[in-house]
Write a protein that binds this ligand. Structure first.
Ligand SMILES: Cc1cc2nc3c(=O)[nH]c(=O)nc-3n(C[C@H](O)[C@H](O)[C@H](O)COP(=O)(O)O)c2cc1C
Length: 187
């Protein structure tokens, strides 16, 4: 079964990104197309990009980059669970993306976005050209969550409604088809 890395993009104390990513991970496991791995950028804890060589060379000098490289290389598809910060995605995500190069290539990518009235779609629109530069292939089906805050309870559990689950399943189906189609390019 292909592996899907669900990346928690927010690293902020009190973030709702982790509850949302945990909910999506449960939906993805139930959907059954992928072996699902939750990847938390807060735990990955990369410094601001400090590699001397272009990531295209994969000649990493830092152990933190090698660890991050192994995580992304081990995934066949990616989902970014992204907040919207100042009409874009957050700095931790750009930093994590920029650390690597080949590890992203020819992988299907999906987006679970959240925020105010935009539901985080401006973050996704800003992520698309970055993903494209790294030869990732985006799912058009996406999960967009406007004002998800009241859906996180005191225990930090996010509960999605049927529409949200439906959107997640549609995206997972598209990601599964792209993941299979792109497999020859990843070998
Ligand atoms: C620095 C910063 C900038 C933000 N800018 C936006 C924005 O442009 N659009 C929006 O919908 N929400 C914005 N918000 C509100 C976030 O949607 C909200 O805080 C959300 O909980 C952030 O995700 P997180 O809790 O997982 O970090 C911003 C929040 C922060 C901290």
């Amino acid at each position: 079964m292909p592996t899907l890395a669900v990346i928690v993009c927010s690293t902020r104390p009190g973030r709702i990104g982790l509850p949302i990513a945990t909910w999506f991970t449960g939906v993805a496991e139930a959907q059954g197309s992928f072996d699902v791995q939750l990847v938390d950028l807060k735990e990955v804890a990369l410094p601001i990009f400090d590699e001397p060589n272009h990531p295209m060379l994969a000649d990493y000098v830092h152990e933190h980059t090698r660890r991050w490289s192994a995580i992304v290389a081990g995934a066949d598809a990616i989902v970014f669970v992204t907040p919207e910060y100042n009409h874009s995605f957050n700095a931790a995500t750009k930093n994590a993306i920029d650390h690597l190069h080949r590890e992203w290539q020819h992988k299907a990518v999906g987006f679970v976005s959240y925020g105010g009235v935009s539901g985080g779609i401006r973050a996704v629109e800003a992520l698309l050209p970055v993903c494209s530069a790294l030869r990732m292939v985006p799912s058009v089906a996406a999960v967009v969550l406007p004002f998800p805050f009241s859906r996180v309870d005191d225990d930090g559990t996010f509960t999605g409604d049927d529409g949200m689950v439906g959107a997640a399943n549609a995206m997972l189906g598209e990601l599964a088809r792209w993941t299979e189609a792109l497999a020859p390019l990843r070998t």
